[in-house]
Design a protein around this ligand. Structure first.
Ligand code: IFM
Length: 733
């Protein structure tokens, strides 16, 4: 029987960081790391806010962590009971990921008997600004309790501190912390209302960065004492009267009560699972890992706005600057397209709304069109620095070229838009900037094409493909293929324009000389160089790749002088070898399997897999998907499980040089989903119809899931012998 919970017993400070990721709760507006109530910034506590960024001094711009309204410390008979300082006799963390409820239970032994605390919390899926926690204390003896609880504004930052000012105050029965950011002077307001049992005294203490209530009372032996904390979080970006809104929200929810708020939250989650759960009979490990991954995607999906994307590390902190990468369109989007298409729209709308940023990035390099940021923050601001890795030996920043040369990012945006059109059938996105976005991306690639006098084709030189270990290469097959795709889609957009409402047509025709563009893109699509398989059937990842030293991943690993050393860049251990970081040619073949016969797909899978370090959590799913395409479900399975277990295992890479890159892995979660549905489940769409060609791993007895396709919800059920596709309902959108 598959479980819908994750449980870890025993306390170990070394696990606190990975538990922060594993036990994360969130609702798309905020992500709350699965840390303990008494933890402080050194244990990486974070209430990470989506889409709001700040720069402090010369540091990297990164997303904000809100003041921590969960902060609570227990004192019993004058002694402090908190982790890690006081060792417990029992400690359990528990996440019910069906209901998105986090609980923690800790028991300490004292001379007089046991003291136990039990907490439960959730970031409401019903109300994005609301975080609620219940904190219970149980003593086996009569004890003097002091519970110090309030808001800790001394938050964890990687490149902070972000609050130039922190204002702490009391307002009737509420306490409040308002942090004002250093860069744009945006304000983050955390208001807390607190309900307790039998409190006699409630002293308030206001420090420099903390505002705390001191709840003091005498606990009776064996009688539970409960405190419920209602935490409203708003920023000045949400509304002008954000402080007032926070206060109103908290008082309304307090009136409604804990049980009612929790029920509404659970109902919302149940609604999501009704469509998104994947039932795998015969393999509980896979079913749990997959649905737990999907939990993480659901917990960070932006539902409070119509234009926002998801950061590469979700809402698990400030890693990777809280920026949006190609991860969203290429790895996460399909999950939302199939289970909640309006979220997919929100993710793409973010790209349409940041087109201006992409155009100015292109211009700054002297290119035309739209060069999307490799690491995108709000407004399409490019957050990727010129020095994105720190050398472990010299401690000096290393010049990296992700920002300048990873040009395949613009094609990912086009890919996302087209997938949205093809899966939802909703073309309104084209009227809202979709056409311009595709055309501008095509203009970008067009302005980069190079033609040597003695060659007939166009080239893309000096780029970085998905395999980031080889920088500044020529004719990366994946990049060239995606540019070709972009040209083809731009041609299609020029044709589609005729079918769009007159106002859109006129607006676009006023901006572009459509016929001329169409001609240019058509010619470019036909003449861009696409590497062909060599006599052994292998497609060179880029010009000259096969001339590099052919060594194993293990040999390359053995050359490391420091385990945190960066493998790529000019002098990295992998740079002059055929060892690659992540699926590259294999990603191309996964996206465009019809480019070659199946035997070529297989040969390339077999050639590149042993040469791939899988140093990125994005890699395994591409190998899994292509293995399925080659009819190798059994070979695909370990790669699928690796993607699906990225969080449960907590074994992903934590460092790039000296830069911390830990956190959650939503792209791996999305990749695991695609493998289950499109790979093993064999779902594809043809001639406007959903079709399936299942190939279940041997121990899977049954696979059942639902998908939205063109406004209809389908339920697919598959066994080794049979399958069915049932129509369930039509979208009201
Ligand atoms: O987008 C990825 C990239 O492909 C590999 N490094 C990490 C990035 C964020 O996940």
């Amino acid at each position: 029987m598959s479980r819908w919970f994750l449980e870890e017993k025993g306390f170990d400070l070394d696990r606190a960081i990975s538990q922060g990721n594993k036990f994360l709760t969130g609702n798309g507006y905020m992500g709350i790391r699965g840390t303990l109530e008494e933890f402080e910034k050194k244990q990486l506590v974070a209430i990470n806010l989506a889409g709001i960024y700040d720069r402090a001094g010369e540091g990297w711009r990164e997303p904000l962590n809100a003041p921590n309204g969960l902060y609570t410390v227990l004192h019993v008979d004058g002694e402090t009971y908190r982790l890690p300082e006081k060792s417990p006799i029992a400690h359990t963390l528990y996440l019910d990921y069906r209901k998105a409820l986090f609980t923690r239970k800790t028991t300490w032994q004292t001379a007089k008997g046991k003291v136990t605390i039990e907490t439960e919390r959730f970031a409401s899926l019903e109300e994005p600004h609301l975080l609620v926690m219940k904190y219970c204390i149980l003593t086996e003896f009569c004890a003097d309790i002091e519970l110090v609880t309030g808001i800790d504004a001394d938050v964890w930052d990687i490149n902070g501190p972000h609050y130039a000012q922190i204002a702490l105050s009391e307002e009737g029965s509420f306490i409040k912390a308002i942090g004002t950011t250093s860069e744009n002077h945006e304000k983050v307001c955390v208001i807390e209302g607190c309900q307790t049992d039998f409190v006699k005294e409630n002293k308030l203490g206001i420090g420099e960065k903390r505002i705390l209530r001191n709840l003091a009372f005498t606990a009776e032996a064996g009688k539970r004492f409960e405190v419920t904390k209602w935490i409203g979080i708003y920023t000045s970006k949400d509304a002008k009267d954000f402080e007032e809104q926070a206060k109103v929200l908290v008082s309304q929810c307090m009136e409604q009560g804990y049980g009612a708020s929790k029920d509404l939250h659970i109902q919302q989650w149940e609604e999501r699972w009704r469509v998104s759960e994947v039932i795998i009979e015969g393999d509980d490990v896979a079913m749990e890992a997959l649905n737990y991954s999907l939990y993480h995607l659901q917990a960070i999906a932006p539902r409070h706005t119509e234009s926002l994307s998801i950061a590469a590390r979700g809402l698990s902190g400030q890693t990777y600057k809280g920026a949006v990468f190609w991860d969203t369109e290429m790895f996460m989007l399909d999950f939302f397209l199939y289970t909640e298409p309006c979220i997919a729209r929100t993710l793409l709308k973010y790209r349409l709304d940041t087109l201006e940023g992409a155009k100015s990035k292109a211009k700054s390099y002297g290119y035309e069109g739209a060069f999307y940021p490799w690491e995108s923050q709000e407004g399409g601001y490019e957050a990727c620095s010129d020095y994105n890795v720190i050398d472990v030996f010299t401690k000096r920043p290393m010049r990296t070229y992700f920002r300048d040369k990873q040009i395949h990012i613009s094609s990912a945006v086009v890919y996302g838009i087209v997938r949205y059109l093809e899966t939802t059938g909703d073309y309104s996105i084209l009227e809202e900037g979709g056409i311009e976005t595709v055309l501008e991306c095509a203009k970008f690639y067009h302005s980069l094409l190079l033609k040597r006098v003695h060659k007939a084709f166009y080239e893309l030189r000096d780029v970085i493909g998905p395999d980031e270990y080889h920088e500044r290469v020529n004719n990366n097959g994946y990049t060239n293929r995606m540019a070709k795709y972009t040209f083809e889609q731009a041609v299609r957009m020029c044709d589609l324009l005729k079918q769009l409402p007159k106002s859109t047509r006129m607006r676009i025709e006023a901006l572009y000389y459509i016929e001329k563009l169409r001609e240019q893109f058509e010619e470019a699509a036909g003449r861009i160089y696409i590497p062909e398989p060599d006599e052994e059937g292998i497609i060179e990842q880029f010009d000259g790749y096969k001339k590099l030293e052919d060594v194993s991943v293990e040999q390359v690993r053995s050359r490391l002088l420091n385990e945190k050393e960066y493998w790529g860049g000019a002098y990295g251990v992998a740079a002059h070898t055929q060892v690659i970081k992540q699926a590259d040619v294999v990603t191309w073949l996964t996206l465009f399997p019809k480019d070659f016969e199946e035997k070529i797909l297989l040969k390339n899978w077999e050639y590149y897999e042993p040469r791939t370090e899988h140093g990125s959590s994005l890699s395994a799913c591409m190998y899994a998907l292509l293995a399925c395409r080659c009819g190798m479900a059994e070979k695909a399975y370990p790669f699928f499980l690796k993607s699906a277990s990225a969080e449960i295992d907590g074994e992903g890479k934590q460092w790039a040089g000296l830069i911390y890159i830990g956190g959650t892995h939503p792209a791996a979660a999305g990749g695991a989903y695609m493998t289950a549905i499109n790979g093993f489940g064999g779902v594809y769409f043809e001639e406007g119809k959903i079709k399936v060609k299942p190939q279940l791993p041997p121990m899977w007895k049954k696979l059942r899931f639902k998908v939205w396709y063109k406004g209809m919800l389908y339920e697919v059920e598959e066994t080794h012998q049979d399958y069915s596709v049932r129509t369930l309902s039509r979208s009201t959108r």
